[in-house]
Design a binder for this molecule. Structure first.
Ligand code: TEU
Length: 567
């Protein structure tokens, strides 16, 4: 029987179609390519596949700019391919959720083409249009000084009708006007119900806290004196009607299906975030919290990267696990996705010596944490960040390339500052997660028989699925082992009470998970040095899993982790 909360125990595998597997030799991943790997995904121990946008799109933001919610991007395949993928996924006892991108559409969407065609078009008010402001010199200015997430103004001037339209992301991603009930109805019908009726099992909801803007629209205070446009999240994050909108979408669509919904809720207090995912609110089932993956990012600028330390990491993991304590809410565990750098480079050690061992350390950490677990494509084989030798022309993402352009203008081509930015791009740019998946050591890593749309990581001969799949000591085999262990002890790992021990220790991360008198004891050495191992005083320790070849009574080897059951 399907329990209404099947999604709590689930392990989700995120597939980013462009870089996953190319079946027809055009250098771009596609849906038949995904279908050809479903046994590999199932064998990993995955319950749900999250497929990132495969809808028709000009691909300015890699599919997060949708021109037809009911169509498939031709390079990825056809609707028939999509129907096959859903069927083949279900045949293997797995479920599939899609990306729900409804804060904005592509400017190529028919709705926007109509809206921009004239001020009197019936769809004019489906987007957010405003007349120009004229400054003291008689020049035309955007309606407010808001900055876009992808650099530059959050407003674009449209010659045809002499007005600006709002775009919190790219110029080609105009924000939908959620104040308009007609627009909301069209979104529910075309983007949501259409796919639920095709058998999709839920959605990952893009920028789920941004739909309700604060009106009237006003300028943001000056945060950066050296920049023309300013951070403005206070005017669209967790806005005045956001919960009304989510409740309406739940009542009208998602609540009427056995559908899993996970919200990308950027930045909010615990109370603000809980309001989206407390079961009694009937909005969404669970939430991504960004404390862990945004450690060290500048407050308004990920490329002002400050680095981070293990104590900050422990606090972020603690807050993520404790988020649901004492509530009827649910949360998620993730340390990689399509917007984030690779976890071994970020939180482990990508060197030849410690690459696999630190990858296993992170796998043990994730397997023991509270919330629905999300693994990103390539994480299971230990794909790492791109090299420091990448030139800006190797970067494909609108976020990093727009930022580089704007930054270069701002610093007047200052070589030292540009070199520092290239260092930070190699550390935290979204491109790090978008290099082709490394299937084997053949040309292009087995991703494609053609030159891939994006440069492949030079380490694909050493790091690829084929070299690991039959190796019992590989990272891939270890992921399968710890995902099974997570299920076998779910009352401890998924639902158990989380307690950090030795909080201030900046080298090791030690914690317990407790439920009904049983305790799991997790000890993780995040350094290249040996660290002392403290045996918990009470009870006998049964070793459940470790990444070490041999265990020392009183010390942990570099990047060694252990999970014990306390009896
Ligand atoms: O991300 C929203 C978001 O806030 C991040 O993209 C962040 O702004 C960005 O990484 C710059 O630091 C979602 C999707 O995950 C992302 O891929 C899309 O680009 C974005 O929305 C627009 O749809």
């Amino acid at each position: 029987t399907v329990t209404k909360t099947w999604w709590k125990d689930a392990t989700v595998y995120q597939i980013w179609p462009a870089s996953y597997k190319d079946s027809n030799g055009d250098g771009v991943g596609d849906i038949p390519g995904i279908i050809s790997t479903l046994d590999y995904v199932k064998d990993l121990g995955v319950d749900v596949i999250w497929l990132s946008p495969m809808f028709d799109s000009p691909q300015d933001d890699m599919g997060y700019d949708i021109s037809n919610y009911e169509g498939i991007y031709p390079k990825y395949g056809t609707m028939n391919d999509m129907d096959n993928l859903i069927e083949e996924t279900h045949k293997r006892g797995m479920k599939m959720i899609l990306d729900l991108v409804i804060n904005h559409t592509s400017s190529e969407h028919d709705w926007f083409k109509e809206s921009r065609s004239s001020k009197t078009n019936p769809k004019r008010d489906w987007y957010i249009w405003r007349p120009p402001r004229i400054d003291e010199n008689g020049n035309r200015q955007p309606p407010t000084n808001w900055v876009s997430h992808f650099s530059g103004s959050a407003w674009a001037y449209d010659e045809l009708t002499g007005e600006y339209y709002m775009h919190l992301f790219a110029k080609s991603q105009p924000d939908l006007n959620w104040e308009n009930p007609e627009t909301r109805e069209a979104i529910y019908k075309s983007a949501v119900k259409f796919w639920l009726d095709k058998g999709i099992d839920g959605f990952r909801i893009d920028v789920a806290s941004m739909y309700s803007k604060t009106y009237p629209l006003v300028d943001a205070p000056i945060t950066f004196t050296d920049r023309e446009f300013q951070p403005c999240g206070q005017f669209f994050l967790n806005g005045p009607r956001i919960h009304e909108f989510h409740k309406e979408m739940y009542d009208k669509v998602t609540g009427n299906y056995d559908a899993m919904t996970v919200g990308e809720v950027c930045k909010g207090t615990r109370e603000e975030s809980l309001a989206y995912v407390s079961a009694k609110e009937k909005e969404m089932n669970m939430i991504f919290l960004f404390d862990v993956v945004q450690l060290g990012y500048g407050a308004d600028d990920r490329y002002e990267y400050q680095g981070f330390n293990l104590v900050d990491f422990k606090k972020a993991v603690h807050d993520q696990c404790e988020f649901v304590s004492g509530t009827d809410a649910w949360s998620t565990v993730f340390i990689e996705n399509h917007d984030q750098p690779r976890c071994i480079t970020r939180f482990g050690n990508p060197s030849k010596k410690y690459h696999a061992k630190s990858g296993k350390l992170l796998a043990m950490l994730e397997a023991a944490l509270t919330g629905t677990l999300f693994i990103y494509q390539g994480q299971e084989i230990g794909m790492t960040n791109i090299g420091r030798d990448w030139d800006i022309s190797d970067y494909q993402d609108i976020d990093s390339t727009n930022y580089y352009k704007e930054f270069k203008e701002r610093v007047g081509g200052d070589e030292q500052k540009l070199s520092k930015l290239m260092e930070n791009l190699a550390l935290v740019a979204r491109d790090n997660a978008r290099t082709p998946v490394q299937w084997d050591d053949s040309a292009n890593g087995g991703f494609s028989t053609a030159k891939p749309w994006m440069r492949i990581n030079d380490n694909y001969p050493e790091i690829n699925a084929k070299s690991q799949i039959n190796d019992p000591n590989s990272l891939l085999s270890f992921y399968k082992q710890v995902l099974k262990l997570r299920k076998a002890y779910k009352d401890l790992f998924i639902y158990g009470e989380f307690k950090v021990l030795d909080y201030e220790n900046k080298n090791t991360f030690t914690f317990t998970k407790t439920q009904a008198g049983k305790t799991a004891y997790v000890v993780l050495n995040f350094t290249e040095e040996e660290q002392p191992f403290e045996q918990l005083a009470d009870g006998k320790l049964d070793l459940l899993v470790t990444n070490a070849d041999k265990l020392e009574e009183t010390k942990l080897s570099p990047y060694e982790g252990r999970i014990y059951l306390l009896n």
